[in-house]
Design a protein around this ligand. Structure first.
Ligand SMILES: [Zn+2]
Ligand SMILES: [Zn+2]
Length: 161
């Protein structure tokens, strides 16, 4: 499997390298880091001071699996914010680092990897899972910190891992 990391705007190199390593371990994937693109201003909602995640997702190349990473706050329909969004059984996913940051850079990296693995799980067809599993839905960083970076046995089976 192949994963393309598409930075949207500026991000620290260290974070991207940690993500690359985490994803290659989780999916046994070949990772390519694409040249960064600016966030599309047509996806920005000035009333909310947030980018619409669905809009940003649709700007990514429809190549399986393309993962956009952005350092701006993002939202989806009917949500105050989202950590990420993905096309279920599709090609593309996006994760925002904005609300995942900790003063401890290792914690920030772990959260980013978990949310990226989660969104790619959706791209590969997985839905939310109630087990001790990376596919658990997280609504806060506390919930992100509590879930493991791994898929549970049931999700692994669905993925054919
Ligand atoms: Zn999810
Ligand atoms: Zn699971």
């Amino acid at each position: 499997m192949r994963i393309f990391i598409q930075m949207i705007g500026d991000l620290e190199e260290d974070l991207i390298f940690a993500l690359e390593e985490g994803l290659s371990e989780s999916f046994n994937a070949r990772i390519s880091i694409l040249a960064p693109i600016p966030p599309d201003i047509s996806c920005f909602n000035p009333l909310r001071n947030q980018f619409n995640s669905t809009c940003l997702l649709r700007k990514l190349k429809p190549v399986r699996v393309t993962l956009g990473i952005i350092d701006r706050d993002i939202y989806a329909d009917k949500m105050n914010f989202v950590f990420g969004e993905a096309e279920l059984n599709g090609c593309r996913a996006i994760v925002s680092i904005y609300r995942l940051r900790s003063i401890n850079s290792r914690v920030t990296e772990e959260r980013l990897i978990k949310e990226a693995v989660h969104e790619i799980g959706h791209v590969l067809g997985l839905k939310h899972c109630r087990n001790h599993c990376v596919m658990r839905f997280s609504n806060s960083v506390r919930e992100v910190d509590m879930k493991p970076v791994e898929f549970c046995a049931e999700c692994k089976k669905l993925l054919g891992f």
